[in-house]
Design a protein around this ligand. Structure first.
Ligand code: NCD
Length: 320
């Protein structure tokens, strides 16, 4: 049965905790992850960390498609010496087909492993699993809800470039209604001081009023803009996402997504900044932008996904 306190705020102590929402983190706890990540990246000899999770077995339970989150968690676990049970597509191949509940599935894997990393189309599914098991559960994306470890890797990527998050300003061009990564990231900015975000979303996919209120209340200086013309010239980062088409019915209308193009970069991006994308990119990005040195979505940002997840796993499961 559930260990007391595993769903609580991190408060600089990660040991045995679930990671369900970015709400669990304060600035000091995020800074511990940044420091651990930096340390891991700087280690030249990667075999030196292979003992950290030696003997641990981690279950990856992905009820939704994934390239990076799945593989980077898998790589992170293995680089730290852990082994993994990798279950992709359980909605078609596990007893879920027969009607097994998410709680029961989680309890089964509690018997085999030391942690569960779960992605699921339903908001709150990892929370349900976490509520019935005594091992840590990590939310790897729950429907249009949250994607806390994506926010952590994005924050680290900004921190790595500028040495701070306080005072940063950025453009987020996204499906703000259904984008769980954007939800976690916007919320996370609230723990830092003086962050300004220009949010550009198709009018059909604007942030809900409730979430807009929640994030601004947390202290994010959130400015909704409505056209590329409104993008200021001094953003420290740009962050793009695709339309989350699987989460809405598109048949009736074609939603226009703002495009990332070389012209837009030339016109609106300053020199010392970075351009990120949550990935996968579909058709909202012109391929020739890849050669711009500010573009880091298929390089640094992806790599940081593995290293921040190594940091997180070692902090949650490592020997203290
Ligand atoms: C995102 C997701 O699954 O929420 N992908 C990812 O984890 N990098 C974004 C998306 O699918 O658009």
């Amino acid at each position: 049965m559930a260990k007391k306190g595993k769903k609580d705020a991190i408060n600089e102590d990660f040991s045995g905790k679930d990671i369900l929402s970015i709400d669990q983190f304060d600035k000091a706890s995020l800074e511990i992850i940044f420091k651990t990540t930096k340390h891991l990246i700087e280690k030249k000899d990667t075999s030196a960390v292979r003992h950290l999770l030696y003997g641990k077995l981690i279950t990856l339970l992905f009820f939704e498609p994934s390239t990076r989150t799945f593989s980077s968690f898998s790589a992170a676990a293995k680089r730290l010496g852990a082994q993994t049970i990798e279950y992709q597509n359980p909605s078609q191949t596990s007893s879920t087909v027969k009607g097994e509940t998410i709680e029961d599935t989680a309890r089964v894997f509690e018997n085999y492993s030391d942690a569960i990393i779960m992605r699921h189309p339903e908001i709150g599914a990892p929370h349900k699993g976490a509520s019935v098991v005594g091992i840590p559960v990590i939310n790897a994306g729950d429907g249009a809800g949250e994607h806390p470890t994506q926010a952590i890797l994005d924050l680290y990527t900004i921190y790595e470039k500028f040495g701070k998050i306080d005072g940063i300003s950025g453009l987020i061009c996204a499906d703000a209604l259904y984008g769980r990564g954007v939800h976690s990231l916007l919320k996370a900015f609230g723990v830092f001081k003086n962050v300004t975000i220009y949010l550009l979303a198709p009018k059909e996919l604007k942030l809900s009023k409730e979430l807009f209120k929640e994030y601004t209340k947390k202290g994010v200086n959130l400015i909704e803009i409505h056209s590329e013309k409104d993008i200021p010239n001094d953003c420290d980062f740009w962050y793009w996402t695709r339309l989350q088409k699987e989460r809405y019915v598109t048949k009736k209308r074609k939603i226009h997504m703002f495009r990332l193009t070389s012209e837009l970069i030339k016109e609106k991006a300053k020199k010392n900044m970075i351009i990120m994308h949550i990935l996968p990119r579909i058709d909202e990005v012109d391929i020739e932008t890849d050669s711009d040195p500010r573009v880091i979505y298929l390089s640094k940002q992806v790599k940081n996904g593995m290293y921040t997840r190594m940091a997180l796993l070692s902090l949650i499961l490592g020997k203290t």
